[in-house]
Design a protein. Structure first.
Length: 733
């Protein structure tokens, strides 16, 4: 089936804008267009879109994809048959190439890949397309490899070895000569570097650069997940040494350059097992009856200076990685858990957004800048939730939280209750303006001292979580507005989120109808309202996790850019990331730029920061994939210990080779292969998301509840296979 690009009827995002412009030029390759003509064809007429077209045309001319044949008039450059793009392989070995200027991706059969691997930038030749046939092509040149290091298992022969790949999208093993095997043993899981791929060789040649351990062992598999995505698991010694030399003491000279807020009531609310506290809230009531609320963020940029090896390492990582059993931090522990962590009863350098608000949560004044703060208390979410759920009159006269005693009338208790009221007003206002409420259930594991999973529990967002979320969103929004609305335009780092793809929304509408739910796609506002109703309707139902997941997948991916298009999911015209510099490098960039502009310095170079934004978005994507894989790994590990049990699950996916079932009790998802269903031969009914028995005509459909048992739990391949026992009605009756 041909995969479609994200072409929409509404204004495209930056990437789709480029593709749309090239598509217009390609339809009339002999014709030249100016920006006004292109804007008319796209159907946009606002100044922002016209400026984006002008900027994109200049960038395409610089890349030699278009030529300016006369002042302001552009024409497509190049032939109709050869294109550049990025390879996206399937697990079956064939692939697609994503080409900017084409409306659909180009199918590449496995026989025409010509040694191209997943993610590679390539040149392709497109064959003349027959009517109603999808575009098909051949890789003619590999321009740049996406990666050269891979994870796999060494299969050792007498004089050489092969590394069999762990990644299902890596269709070839790698040949390793005896003198490049090092200390690796047969059966070891290793990292192998691809050095060359001789023209007549079936497999590329490489050398083993790291031994991860024996397959199936816990640390081996966790390190394999990190290595598969090119993510480190420890800091280079020179970075640790450099961090250890930083003076982290609080000095009067530095305090004098900052707003001193140490005497204002300040506290943190975080997960109970958190080690780094990068945000705190302060609260005081003003004489005019309004509230002064401060959002205080660790001043990481004070310690992480540009041009240092510490900054280089933080940029390369771009994000902390949160695996099931550990955190791989962006910064060394001396900063992440100590100097930059807003721990209770300690003075800290912070960067703050301070707002004066009235009882209606309306902002009357705002201030941004560097501060010094003192955290008076630290609450876990559960403790703050206890305060919120218990009205002031019902709170015992003396309560103990985190070893501290509080009275019902204590300032910090009153602050939590007052800020909860304001947060609820702000959240209601966001929803009214079209924000989408994704309160997806998070799967968490209870681990023993050996990191073995002994239980599964679900984390849901309650009022205490939403209190913190709303004030962090407020700070991110207002910082972005403060810079984004200045004239002339200043380079800044925005968190962007485009509107959902029309085709994906239509597919979601069809799918949720199978569960009896409706989705209205009339216009932008009705989509967000309808999605919110859908997400509310499925709360607590068997299909909740499936619908939540599918709804999220209809959304465009959020990304970082200097080109602000707003944030669709939050319904904000301006949005940035300011509140988590301990774990996100874009926040560090935001702090630096904000301080630069507060000091009235010149705008930073847009091209330089756009490249940094792209790198940060890419690293975030890799970290998310690693986190997802670690959850899948732990789910399979958990199910290994329960292979004698029967589980009630929901059919969460239907394909031509099998059905996917998600266990209701623990959200573990596995596959029932059609060939393993012995009672009948089942055929795939694509239109109805179902499989149908040839003899019995029995139907198993998306959303049906079925009983399954574990057939195979493969930790190394991170794959879970189920046996189908039968439908819930059959088994229980």
């Amino acid at each position: 089936m041909t995969r479609k690009s994200n072409k929409k009827k509404n204004t495209p995002n930056t990437e789709d804008f480029t593709r749309t412009i090239l598509g217009i030029l390609r339809k009339d390759p002999g014709q030249a267009f100016n920006y006004k003509q292109i804007a008319a064809k796209i159907g946009v007429d606002d100044p922002g879109s016209r400026n984006k077209i002008i900027r994109n045309l200049a960038q395409l001319a610089a890349k030699k994809k278009v030529q300016e044949i006369e002042r302001g008039k552009f024409q497509l450059l190049g032939t109709d048959d050869y294109y550049h793009g990025i390879v996206d392989l399937t697990a079956k070995g064939s692939g697609y190439v994503v080409v900017e200027e084409l409306e659909e991706d180009v199918f590449i059969p496995s026989t025409n890949l010509n040694k191209a691997l997943n993610g590679d930038e390539v040149e392709i030749y497109i064959y003349k397309r027959r009517r109603n046939k999808k575009s098909e092509g051949e890789v003619t040149k590999i321009i740049q490899r996406k990666r050269t290091e891979f994870v796999g298992v060494l299969q050792l022969k007498e004089n050489f070895g092969f590394v069999a790949m762990s990644d299902p999208k890596m269709y070839t093993d790698i040949f390793v000569q005896r003198n490049k095997i090092g200390d690796a043993k047969d059966g070891d899981k290793v990292v192998v570097e691809m050095e060359e791929w001789p023209e007549k060789a079936d497999s590329p040649f490489g050398k083993i650069i790291q031994v991860l351990g024996k397959p199936g062992e816990h640390n081996t598999e966790i390190h394999s997940i990190l290595a598969q995505y090119g993510l480190p698991h420890e800091f280079p010694q020179e970075v640790e040494d450099f961090a250890a030399t930083i003076d982290t003491s609080i000095k009067e000279e530095e305090i004098s350059k900052r707003r001193d807020m140490r005497d204002v009531l300040t506290f943190t609310i975080d997960p109970k097992d958190a080690k780094d506290f990068d945000d705190a809230l302060s609260f005081r009531k003003l004489e005019n009856g309004n509230f002064e609320i401060g959002i205080h963020i660790a001043d990481v940029a004070h310690y992480v200076q540009p041009g240092t090896i510490l900054d280089e390492e933080a940029f390369n990582r771009a994000t902390s990685v949160y695996l099931v059993d550990r955190v791989v931090p962006m910064l060394p522990e001396i900063l992440s858990n100590n100097a930059c962590s807003l721990r209770p009863n300690e003075e800290k350098y912070t960067f703050s957004a301070v707002f004066e608000m009235n009882e209606k949560a309306e902002i009357k004044d705002q201030w941004f800048g560097r501060t010094v703060t003192f955290s008076d208390a630290r609450f876990a979410y559960e403790e703050a939730q206890y305060i919120i759920e218990t009205t002031a009159g019902e709170i015992p006269a003396d309560i103990s939280i985190s070893g501290e005693s509080y009275h019902a009338n204590d300032a910090v208790v009153s602050a939590v209750l007052e800020m909860d009221k304001l947060a609820k007003i702000m959240r209601k206002e966001r929803m009214k303006h079209g924000a989408i409420s994704f309160d997806k259930v998070e799967v968490k594991f209870e681990l023993d001292e050996n990191n073995e999973p002994i239980g599964v529990f679900f984390k849901t967002s309650k009022d205490a979580n939403k209190l913190i979320e709303e004030f962090m969103l407020l700070a991110n929004k207002k910082v972005a507005e403060f810079i984004g609305k200045q004239k002339p335009k200043k380079t800044f780092v925005y968190r962007c989120h485009d509107e959902p793809d029309d085709d994906k929304l239509a597919a979601l509408k069809t799918l949720v109808s199978k569960f009896g739910h409706k989705l209205t796609l009339k216009d932008k506002k009705s989509v967000s309202q309808s999605l919110n109703r859908l997400l509310e309707d499925v709360q607590g139902k068997k299909e909740q996790n499936l619908v939540d997941t599918l709804a999220i997948r209809t959304m465009s991916k959020a990304y970082y850019s200097t080109d602000n298009i707003g944030h669709y999911g939050l319904a904000f015209s301006h949005y940035s990331h300011f509140t988590s510099p301990i774990r996100r490098y874009p926040d560090v960039m935001t702090h630096r730029l904000l301080q630069q502009y507060i000091e009235d310095k010149a705008s930073a170079k847009e091209e330089e920061y756009e490249e940094k934004c792209k790198h940060s978005s890419n690293m975030e994507s890799l970290a998310t994939s690693a986190e997802r894989d670690s959850i899948k790994y732990m789910q399979i590990k958990f199910m290994q210990e329960h292979n004698e049990e029967e589980f009630l699950g929901v059919i969460s996916g239907v394909t031509e080779w099998g059905i996917y079932v998600e266990v209701i009790a623990n959200k573990c998802e596995g596959m029932v292969r059609l060939r393993d269903i012995r009672e009948d031969h089942y055929d795939y009914d694509e239109e109805n998301y179902a499989i149908v028995g040839r003899k019995t005509k029995k139907v198993y459909q998306l959303g049906d509840e079925v009983y399954v048992s574990v057939k195979n739990a493969d930790l190394v391949k991170r794959h879970l296979d189920f046996n189908l026992i039968g439908s819930r009605n059959e088994v229980e009756n």
